[in-house]
Ligand binder design. Sequence first.
Ligand SMILES: C[S@@+](CC[C@H](N)C(=O)[O-])C[C@H]1O[C@@H](n2cnc3c(N)ncnc32)[C@H](O)[C@@H]1O
Length: 289
Amino acid sequence: MYTDLIEIYHALEKNRVKDPLPELLSLIDILSQRALRKTDLSGFKEKAIRYDAAAQQRKEGVPWEYIIGEAPFLGRMFYCSSETLIPREETELLTTVALDFIKSEWKPGKKLTLIDMGTGCGNIAISLALGCQDANVLASDLSPATIAVAKKNVERHQVQRRVTLFHGDLFSPFDETYYREKIDMVVCNPPYIPTGSLQKLAPEIIGHEPREAFDAGAFGINIFRRLIKDALLFLKPGGILTFEIGAGQEKLVTRLFDKSGGYSNLAYHPDHLDRVRVISAEKLQQNGC
Ligand SMILES: C[S@@+](CC[C@H](N)C(=O)[O-])C[C@H]1O[C@@H](n2cnc3c(N)ncnc32)[C@H](O)[C@@H]1O
């Protein structure tokens, strides 16, 4: 899309159309059904962002989301900082899959307890809480700095009573006795890039976003393996584990599920390019069904 827009801009310039940039913006506004008019620049003033300083940061490759301090996710804005991953459009698929499970399970009044593992700025946890008024979400992350940002987002979206924040390594913040088999669904967008492939990420990503959000060890499966095994202790029988994977990782992850012996009904959820980017599985009922 960007290439086409740049070509249009060059054509406007070449044909000496007066004010090519406003012309292009006007076209984008029409094609985005006037979405451009909703652009809110008040944040620049509130946060005293100077345009020159912002341009300098862009020159250094700092993502816009860090410069303005927020990013969109599933139609809402979330604060983010260089300590948190910038919410990705791909992850909207995981959240939609999770919301679909909730809708199939949830009857108004039935309380659901969910875990969002590796919550980052809290975008998934908060979207789930806002999507289901009876959902309580326990959102956790290894990094206390991300949890501080998630706290701001929890307040921004006023879900303090239904999203509780924790920090620590995977399930370690959750009391094993108290939460044992109490969880309806575990959702996670884990780090899944093998350490050796991190350098192949775009410089804007690897140079500015937190490495812990991507680095999944030598084979890229460290967290998957632990997540699949440890979630069994906390999920109710019939509870759902669903997480995002990298393109092409589904075979490897399927083997980990098979090896654990604790799940059934594996489902593969493709993105718009037909690549499996989300996997879900159901914890076996006690009798092994
Ligand atoms: C890919 S990011 C996902 C962030 C956010 N949930 C999202 O989807 O935009 C992975 C997150 O997992 C966290 N993380 C990495 N290792 C972890 C671990 N062992 N235990 C808990 N969280 C971890 C990282 O700090 C990071 O915030």
